[in-house]
Design a protein around this ligand. Sequence first.
Ligand code: ADP
Ligand code: MG
Length: 629
Amino acid sequence: MSTGKINVSVENIFPLIKKFLYSDHEIFLRELISNATDATLKLKHLSSIGESKVEYGNPIIEVKVDKEGKKLHIIDQGLGMTAEEVEKYINQVAFSGAEEFLNKYEDGAKDAGIIGHFGLGFYSAFMVAEKVEIITKSHKDEPAAHWTCDGSPEFTLEASDKSERGTEIILHIAEDSTEFLEEKRITELLTKYNKFMPVPIKFGTKTETLPKPEGAKEEDPAPTQEVDNIINNPTPAWTKQPADLEEADYKSFYRELYPMQFEEPLFNIHLNVDYPFNLTGILYFPKLGQDMNVQKDRIQLYQNQVFVTDNVEGIVPDFLTMLRGVIDSPDIPLNVSRSYLQADGAVKKISGYITRKVADKLKSLFTNDREDFEKKWNDIKVVIEYGMLSEEKFFEKADKFALYPTVDDTYLTWEELETKIKDSQTDKDDKLVVLYASDKDAQHAYIQSAKDKGYEVLLLDSPIVSHLIQKIETTKENVSFVRVDGDHIDNLIKKEETQISKLSDEDKETLKTVITEAIADSSYTVQMEAMDSNAAPFIITQPEFMRRMKEMQKSGGGGGMFGMGAMPDMYNLVVNANHELVSEILNTKTAKKKERLIKQSFDLAKLSQNLLKGEELTNFINRSYGMIK
Ligand code: ADP
Ligand code: MG
């Protein structure tokens, strides 16, 4: 037996490990299973190139809990270590890795988010164990070694009689970590971190029901047998070639990934690239509808099939974090902070690649089956619109397949829309005016009057639509969007010919004063307009700019700086100077009757905008009864 002192500058590294990584204690198991997996795959490689004489066979990794002995065992059948290798890899390499890690931590990177996911390796065992043993036999013909360390820099190294190839790590679980002696807790960790690792992992056994033998009686119980309980799928779908997978395989992998998710994904995107970086994965478009809330089933990030995190912020462009699925890349540096990650060249390339793949997939869905794409539109538009807003490159691509639904349920691309409305909806200043509604029922009357003019009305109802409109207006030339209820239709798209006013300017001024006094509501600005005599006498509109700013503030960003949110709603009361009723108001002699006519017309206008409520509504009803009596 030999003893020694691990060569570190920090007198006692273990309390530090515990302290710094307190919240991440559970990663020890992932680290140890990763090492066991590495050792197994290394042996596979060596035997495949003829550098190891041992029979590779079908090695597994076993995790065992010994509750009474307060021990946790991790056993592999990998390449093992000789005594010299233990000296070198455990005492020197692993320790310097741990030390380097802690130095980084002390350099103020503690709040760095992703840091802590990787980097500590073997010594993370001491976060939960008061003593660790390694019993290992190399695939080379050399005696087995037994290393023991109790958490101080002193260790012992002696010979062992272990005869099978591989390594067994024994953790003597510390008093404050006994949760890791609970089978349930270990199962939880194994499913979280190791579900898709490439070497089969056994945790206990389970009972399997076998088919009944020929001629068995109805009442005979089916035979059973105890089999290894393998917790992982070593060859998950994303590690396979797209050509080897059917639609059903993608769907069943989705199930595997999110066992609690019962909704089917809409479609998937298989990522597979090895230059200039390595990345594989499968992304799924879930049904999103209007829901922009962060969901719990998120994209999972793996590194060589080891789960790292389901917070992919900084790696995947923001607008795609609403998708689901898996990304696996050894090229994402995980021991750095998120802000560093976002500036990292490789990560930027990865994010660009993912964006491009998603855009290409959407384009091909659109081209190959337009009808189906239209059906899915409402469920995917949030992602696409958000992407168009936030990524210039995506905007350019999406411009070819983004759809603009009309109130009559036809779906137009921008180009189709432009062609369709160019002649009828270009105003006198050569601006293309796009009319839209956000609610078919509430804006029914306005939609109707636009249609009567032969105009096309879009139905844009996603939560970020005001931002998107703003974006389109600034990107494309000479385009403006107006909501159908923004003004009287003749004012929304101003054409050359102006209506001749039946009233003189003087009459209009008089009327304006009378009406303003009668309605006595400062949130309305009275506006006299000469319109078609068949148009309504009073129309309430909300200026496009004002409404959009308010909406943008509600959904974040945009007009926030104007403090619009705190402002009351402002409306225009457009009075049609050419309507008969308006002339009647002007000519009515008795003040009382005049006021009644104004109030009644105003209330009717409010009613059609769904603005008449409470006491005002009661007054309106009573007044109406009075008028029909
Ligand atoms: P890393 O895995 O990043 O190299 P670790 O601290 O996890 O760092 O492990 C240090 C070294 O110890 C490994 O590189 C490997 O050589 C050796 N090692 C650890 N666990 C095993 C094992 N189960 N079988 C063989 N070698 C191992
Ligand atoms: Mg390791």
